[in-house]
Design a protein around this ligand. Structure first.
Ligand SMILES: [Zn+2]
Length: 276
């Protein structure tokens, strides 16, 4: 059944999208430039993401865990709004995406952005890291960049290509019955499975540029990793670290690219000061 579905999806994707090879984003100052192959259309992935997102938010609402602190929600919305305003630097169509963010009350240290801009940040991340605005911008800039690069669509495509399918983790918040559907697969790759190292590097670099352009200090990405690392010895290590494996190359790369986009940050800060 899974195999038949996979073949059917690839054939229909081939007819619709031509099993295309594209570069989803413009290079930016950070110069991310890599051709990507997709076996499933953006439309299918985005529809799946929307379904999974609605289900998860409804579940969070039912548990009384959705957007509980209005001040915190406003803060997160203000930060993501500034980041989203910079996304057309990487792809023009992103300005029209149905961007949305919610704050979910749970001890888990996590944040994510599903395809087409459906985001969530968990209170565990904000509180346990005592995250500054710059650090929240670093996390969300990184997650938004995964969506801009369509990394989830790429990962679903790769799994279809190898016909492995995706084993769904049942404990996933509120999407248990989505099973092997596209919605279940998209949610699983976005929330549970680590991205490739290459995808992580791309999201780090684009994320740091988005943050800088939005007037958030790009060096906060490095501080964020240091704070995450401190929590890694806890009894409940940050979930975010399981999907974003840390390593020294990553920190070095972030430092180097933070320096590269620093003029963008200074220009944004200067512009903001001049506008006051
Ligand atoms: Zn990532």
């Amino acid at each position: 059944m899974v195999r038949a579905l996979t073949v059917a999806v690839c054939v229909s994707a081939a007819l619709i999208a031509g099993c295309e090879t594209v570069d989803t984003t413009k290079a930016g100052v950070v110069g991310v430039d890599r051709d990507q192959r997709f076996l499933v259309s953006s439309e299918e992935v985005n529809a799946g993401a929307l379904k999974a997102y609605q289900q998860m938010m409804a579940e969070a609402q039912k548990k009384g865990a959705l957007d509980k602190d209005p001040g915190q929600v406003r803060r997160v919305q203000a930060i993501t709004k500034r980041l989203v305003a910079q996304t057309p630097n990487f792809r023009d169509d992103a300005a029209k995406w149905p961007w949305e963010v919610h704050v979910i009350s749970t001890d888990e240290v996590n944040a994510w952005c599903m395809p087409a801009g459906k985001m969530a940040i968990y209170t565990g991340l904000i509180q346990k890291l005592n995250a500054t605005d710059d650090e929240i911008a670093a996390v969300m800039g990184h997650e938004i960049s995964h969506a801009l690069r369509e990394h989830s669509r790429e990962q679903v495509s790769r799994q279809m290509g190898t016909q492995l399918g995706v084993g769904l983790v049942g404990a996933l918040l509120g999407i248990g019955d989505l099973g092997q559907s596209i919605a279940g697969q998209v949610a699983n790759v976005t929330l549970n499975l680590p991205n490739s190292r290459q995808a992580e590097t791309e999201a780090d670099r684009i994320g740091i540029e988005l943050a800088a352009r939005a007037g958030y200090n790009p060096e906060a990405a490095v501080h964020l990793w240091e704070k995450m690392a401190k929590l890694s010895g806890d009894s409940q290590p940050p979930k975010w670290l399981s999907t974003h494996p840390p390593h020294q190359d990553r920190i070095n790369d972030l430092r180097q690219y933070a320096a590269k986009v620093m003029p963008l940050y200074q220009a944004a800060k200067g512009g903001a000061a001049a506008g006051k």
